[in-house]
Design a protein around this ligand. Structure first.
Ligand code: ASP
Length: 328
């Protein structure tokens, strides 16, 4: 019988990148900065007796994370994943879903568990220790290689393609757009709840850095300003538009969108919190002009994730294909 990681005593890689989970108050100014190391945090978790190897490529608030940080993180994970029993990434929560999605796209076969904290160290209800413990439990579980990249927060295991920070302060902030909870984790017990999906991930690390300015990202509203919309997408190498409802694009900006689609990839995703685009049954032919003009319908991803996928495609010189899934 093959040994599990736990039996073989292989360490789990814990990569700290900053975020509230690590934010201690500076004694002089009182300002919180991400100075708590993964090793110090792990040492404070009672009963955590698994071998860990610690890495810290950078320490930032995740609002300052860039494609350069995420590419550096992806390269670090690629370098350590094979020799460790799973990879845990401690990350700020503000852009955790985007960082996790970036890793899932580039490294779909790596078992990566993201965690963070909604409350900083030393405050009542600090959730960093238990989230780290839960993420380590997931990373070391025999199921981890089948899950790819997940976010482990507040005892829930949520998939990178769907997870969202849905509340600015609640400990239960992390949920999903489509209700896709993979498992719960309590007291070092992982309880699977749903079957993993297999996606058409890009599965490649770009050799060149994706450019943050390459893709224009616009969220549509009622009464959009046609000139502002045109300004927002002018000169972009690709465009992601979050449409209304099931993919409605107001007449006021339709011509501009089609004009852009004649030049560069234009991806339409949805602004609604969940549900698919293109309800052909109810609105027959409503998307014919857009599809005929080359607009790509991204039915599964929200705008920020579609922006990451398109930015990676541009950096890799690949055509954008919508994210699709099969049951494993
Ligand atoms: N601003 C912090 C960050 O994203 C918030 C957090 O980690 O909860 O780094």
């Amino acid at each position: 019988m093959t040994q599990t990681a736990a039996e073989a005593d292989i360490p789990t890689a814990v990569i700290a990148t900053g975020g509230t989970i690590a934010m201690l108050a500076d004694p002089a100014s009182g300002v919180r900065r991400p100075t708590l190391s993964g090793a110090t945090l792990a040492a404070a978790i009672r009963g955590l007796e698994v071998p860990l190897a610690h890495f810290q490529p950078y320490a930032i608030g995740s609002e300052d994370a860039t494609f350069a940080h995420w590419l550096q993180l992806a390269r670090e994970i690629a370098a350590v994943a094979d020799a460790h029993a799973g990879v845990v990434v401690m990350h700020g929560t503000d852009t955790m879903e985007e960082a996790a999605y970036f890793m899932a796209e580039c490294l779909p076969d790596a078992p990566i568990s993201f965690c963070g904290a909604m409350r900083p160290p030393g405050t009542l209800g600090y959730d960093g220790g238990r989230n780290l413990l839960d993420a380590i439990t997931v990373a070391r579980s025999p199921l981890a290689p089948r899950l790819g990249t997940v976010v482990v927060m507040n005892h829930e295991v949520l998939p990178a393609w769907d997870v969202i920070k849905s509340d600015s302060v609640a400990l239960s902030s992390f949920s999903t757009r489509h209700g896709t909870r993979i498992a719960t984790v309590h007291d070092r017990q992982l309880r699977p709840l749903s079957l993993p999906l297999r996606f058409n991930w890009l599965g490649e690390l770009p050799a060149v850095l994706p450019r943050a300015d390459a893709v224009a990202y616009v969220r549509l509203t009622g009464s959009p300003g046609p000139r502002r919309f045109a300004d927002a997408i002018a000169g972009a190498e690709g465009v992601v538009v979050e449409a209304l409802g099931a993919g409605s694009v107001p007449a006021a900006v339709r011509a501009q969108l089609l004009g852009a689609a004649a030049q560069v990839p234009v991806v339409l995703s949805g602004r609604a919190l969940s549900g698919p685009l293109q309800d052909e049954e109810s609105y027959p032919h409503a998307w014919d002009d857009l599809l005929g003009g080359g607009v790509i319908l991204e039915k599964r991803l929200d705008g920020p994730r579609a922006r990451i996928r398109l930015s990676l495609c541009l950096a890799l010189g690949r055509e954008y294909r919508p994210l699709e899934a099969d049951l494993i």
